[in-house]
Design a protein around this ligand. Structure first.
Ligand SMILES: [Zn+2]
Length: 168
C-alpha cells in the first residue's frame, strides 16, 4: 500500500469526467488499497480516484459516528451511480481534500440509492441516508468533474489549521 498525492484545484483531472472501470485486476486492487490509505492519512471520510490523479470511476468512503450510533463502515465502490434520490433535501457543510482551507454549504438529497460494483466486480446496491448519503453524492460528483464549490450557496475560508467537519 502507498499513500498517493492528493491533487488540488486547479488540477485539470478534477474537471474531467472519469472513465468507467472494466478491468477488475491487480491494478484496481492496488488503487483501492492506496485510496483507503490516502483517505485515512489525510484524514478524510471519502476520496474519489480523480483526487489521486486517476481518472477512473472509483470511490472510497469511511465513516462512523459514535454519538449518532452509526457503526464504522468502509465502502469501496467501482462505477457508482445514483439510481434514486429522495425529493427531500438537506443543507450541510462540506469540505474537500482537493480544495484545502475552504468550506461551504451544499444542498444534497437526504437519501440516495447507489448501485455499482465492489472491487472484485460483484454488483452492489446501497441504500444510504443522512451524512453518508451526502459523502457519496460529493464523491460521485468528483467522477463527473463537479466540485462542491459549484453547488455551494455560501463558501468561506477556514481559519488556519481548522479542519472542516468533513473533508472528502
Ligand atoms: Zn472532494
Amino acid at each position: 500500500m502507498a499513500i498517493r498525492t492528493i491533487v488540488t484545484v486547479p488540477h485539470p483531472v478534477l474537471r474531467r469526467k472519469a472513465r468507467r472501470v472494466t478491468e477488475f485486476g491487480p491494478e484496481l486492487q492496488q488503487l483501492v488499497h492506496d485510496m483507503i490509505e490516502t483517505m485515512r492519512a489525510a484524514p478524510g471520510v471519502g476520496l474519489a480516484a480523480p483526487q489521486v490523479n486517476v481518472s477512473q470511476r472509483v470511490i472510497v468512503v469511511e465513516y462512523e459516528d459514535e454519538d449518532e450510533g452509526i457503526p464504522h463502515q468502509l465502502y469501496a465502490v467501482v462505477n457508482p451511480r445514483v439510481v434514486w434520490a429522495s425529493a427531500e433535501t438537506e443543507w450541510g457543510v462540506e469540505g474537500c481534500l482537493s480544495i484545502p482551507g475552504v468550506a461551504g454549504e451544499v444542498e444534497r438529497a437526504r437519501a440516495v440509492t447507489v448501485v455499482g460494483q465492489d472491487p472484485q466486480g460483484r454488483d452492489l446496491r446501497l441504500e444510504l441516508e443522512g451524512w453518508v448519503a451526502r459523502i457519496f453524492q460529493h464523491e460521485i460528483d468528483h467522477l463527473n468533474g463537479v466540485l462542491f464549490t459549484d453547488r455551494a450557496r455560501r463558501v468561506w475560508r477556514l481559519e488556519e489549521n481548522a479542519a472542516p467537519s468533513a473533508a472528502v
